[in-house]
Design a binder for this molecule. Structure first.
Ligand SMILES: [Zn+2]
Length: 217
């Protein structure tokens, strides 16, 4: 049966449309075009410098560089808007291959979608990514730790008011203390959404946060 479906609907590279003979999302030639970060040797990476101005962060990891015309944008676009949920699994496999965690966190969580958005999309594009990493790294995950309670976007700024405003977007139904979280998102642009989640997590005592994103803008 699989043989027949493979013949009728062969797996194709989402970039160049060439047929590929495994479960990958892109062919080897296109894979070589991806701009991976390669930050392993750096003590301070650009993501840490960016986020450190918004909230206290321990370790920061990013798999790819986001480029407006690049392949990374295309991959994440398909993951989020073209019902290609399985791309999350592939990105997690690349992450395990490319990124070595400096310190092992206690719990993996991702930025939640508002329930209305989740219903519309049918899935949270970060869930399969997080679950695959959890399995590979042997670290538990929790998809329900953070809940998004409002629909609007977080606002920029470091002052107390905007921080308060941003944390009101998320809620923690059952807080944990003494936990090192790895907070996961797809693209880090301004970092404001992450900051909103981070300050919410840091309200409970002795928590700390590291960050992992699929791509840094
Ligand atoms: Zn290709």
């Amino acid at each position: 049966m699989n043989f027949v479906t493979d013949l009728l609907f062969p797996n194709r590279c989402l970039n160049c449309n060439h047929i590929i003979y495994n479960q990958d999302i892109i062919c080897e030639q296109c894979y070589d075009q991806i701009n991976f970060t390669h930050w392993e040797a750096l003590k301070q990476n650009p993501l840490k410098l960016k986020l450190n101005t918004l909230f206290p962060v321990r370790e920061t990891y990013a798999l790819m560089h986001f480029e407006k015309q690049g392949l990374c944008r295309k991959i994440i676009h398909h993951l989020k808007y073209k019902h290609r949920e399985n791309i999350g699994r592939q990105l997690a496999k690349w992450t395990v291959k490319k990124i070595k965690l400096h310190i092992k966190p206690d719990l993996l969580i991702n930025i939640p979608l508002h329930p209305r958005k989740m219903k519309k999309r049918g899935y949270n594009q970060l869930h399969l990514y997080t679950e695959t990493l959890s399995h590979a790294w042997g670290i538990p995950f929790d998809h329900h730790y953070l809940k998004r309670i409002t629909h609007h976007k977080p606002q920029a700024g470091k002052n107390r008011l905007s921080r308060q405003h941003n944390t009101e977007i998320f809620t923690v139904p059952l807080a944990r203390c003494n936990t090192h979280f790895l907070l996961i998102d797809d693209i880090c642009t301004t970092g404001n959404t992450m900051a909103g989640c981070a300050w919410k997590i840091l309200e409970a005592s002795n928590n700390s946060i590291s960050i992992l994103v699929m791509a840094i803008d």
